[in-house]
Design a binder for this molecule. Structure first.
Ligand SMILES: Nc1ncnc2c1ncn2[C@@H]1O[C@H](COP(=O)(O)OP(=O)(O)OP(=O)(O)O)[C@@H](O)[C@H]1O
Length: 93
């Protein structure tokens, strides 16, 4: 199985899938090798549903501002031709 190449991160395993996304475990290349969950949203799947685009924008907007011990913190948001990528601290077990 091939994992996505994401600048600044090493992706090590698949954690799960959602309606429009695949979530991987990885760690930061530089510094303390912080373990993260990397959520890759498949743009092609999102494009076909108007409400899914709205939900994605809302999710990103909320994750940018939320700080709570029971909600994963978004470290980074990026995108390429195929997908939008959120990098979260890996808090869920
Ligand atoms: N921070 C995380 N730590 C560990 N596992 C995670 C994390 N985020 C997501 N996962 C895993 O990846 C799966 C898919 O994540 P996603 O956030 O897309 O799920 P969802 O919100 O349940 O899906 P949907 O997009 O359909 O609502 C989860 O069910 C979980 O198994």
């Amino acid at each position: 199985m091939s994992f996505p190449k994401i600048e600044g991160y090493v992706v090590t395993e698949k954690l799960g899938t959602g309606s429009y996304s695949t979530v991987y475990k990885g760690y930061t290349k530089v510094g303390a090798r912080t373990v993260v969950a990397v959520k890759c949203v498949d743009k092609a799947r999102v494009k076909h549903s108007g409400s899914a685009v709205d939900n994605l924008v809302t999710e990103i907007r909320l994750l940018k501002t939320l700080t709570h011990p029971h909600i994963v913190q978004m470290r980074e948001f990026t995108w390429d031709d195929k997908c939008s990528i959120f990098c979260n601290s890996w808090l869920r077990h």
